[in-house]
Ligand binder design. Structure first.
Ligand code: ZN
Length: 308
């Protein structure tokens, strides 16, 4: 398939057009470059830059926004974030700051989502913890007793796959066993986030199941009760690790696992929003559950038809 061309339209906006001059999809841009190595740089109407493929799909940016991006060359595109950091984007949309090694990049990414978890109210005080699995299998993880809202990249510690401390000033979070279990059993996931998000906890205390509505999120399992910071948490979550990417730990919090820290954060956020909405609906009266057909259709949509 040949690459589309950028075309300036009479209204001054830009579109990507096929060989017949028909725009690819309905999206219009402020500016668009020619394709280079299968990707074009476009500036959205808000001014931010992003890479798009020949069918108009944007490359994921994992929550980062860019002031500018230069055309792809040799598998990477030089770029500058809206925070003014320069670096390059690879073909998967992963951004690396100039001269940054993978561990430092992971430290910065975990710090970024930790701050967001606090700012969004998903963790307060010294609650919650986050981790990232490094290339050698060891885990970069928050230390015990740290406030995630004020975490610094250098505060994170490194533990061996068995949880023993490899590098760092402090002991790892007391929930390290939960992280170790998830990283061990889901090699496709590099990041785990545990939060004490209040609406999800409230739903579990009140015995309100989020399964009854589903809404826009995939089904959410609730594990058996496990005391915080104990060896019970990894055992409780084990039955759900393969089929799901998140779980509610009753009377305690939530845990989400994903290919990167941003996606794990999105899961925590989506889950908390679901819990908030369900509790709001419950406060107005009984909830009408999905019909059996709707339930099957939704599970199939999420690729979880085997759970029907
Ligand atoms: Zn906890």
């Amino acid at each position: 398939m040949s690459n589309p061309d950028p075309l300036r339209l009479p209204d001054g906006s830009w579109a990507l057009v096929d060989r017949e001059g028909h725009p690819i999809g309905p999206v219009r841009y402020r500016a668009a470059s020619a394709f280079s190595e299968g990707l074009a740089v476009v500036h959205r109407r808000d001014g931010s830059a992003v890479l798009v493929d020949p069918v108009g799909h944007e490359l994921p940016t994992h929550g980062l926004r860019f002031q500018w991006i230069l055309p792809m060359r040799g598998g990477t595109a030089p770029a500058c974030t809206t925070d003014g950091e320069t670096g390059s984007i690879d073909r998967h949309g992963q951004f690396s700051g100039d001269g940054e090694d993978p561990e430092w990049r992971a430290r910065r990414e975990l710090t970024r989502v930790s701050h967001l978890l606090y700012q969004r109210g998903y963790n307060a005080s010294i609650d919650g913890n986050v981790s990232w699995r490094l290339d050698d299998g060891s885990l970069l993880i928050t230390p015990t007793g740290v406030h995630l809202g004020f975490l610094r990249p250098e505060d994170l510690v490194v533990v061996r796959p068995d949880g023993s401390l490899l590098r760092g000033e402090r002991a790892p979070t007391s929930e390290y066993r939960l992280h170790v279990e998830l990283h061990r059993t889901r090699p496709d996931c590099r990041s785990v986030i545990h939060a004490h998000s209040p609406y999800a906890i409230a739903a579990s205390i009140a015995g309100v199941s989020l399964q009854e509505t589903y809404m826009s999120v995939a089904p959410v399992p609730t594990t058996a009760y496990a005391r915080i910071s104990s060896e019970q948490s990894p055992v409780a979550v084990r039955p759900f690790v393969e089929d799901y990417n998140w779980a509610i730990l009753p009377r305690h919090g939530v845990v989400a696992w994903a290919a990167n820290a941003w996606d794990a954060f999105l899961r925590v956020e989506g889950l908390e929003n679901c819990a908030k909405t369900v509790l709001a609906a419950r406060s107005c009266g009984p909830i009408e559950p999905l019909s059996p057909d709707q339930r099957i259709e939704l599970l199939t949509f999420w690729g979880l038809e085997h759970l029907t």
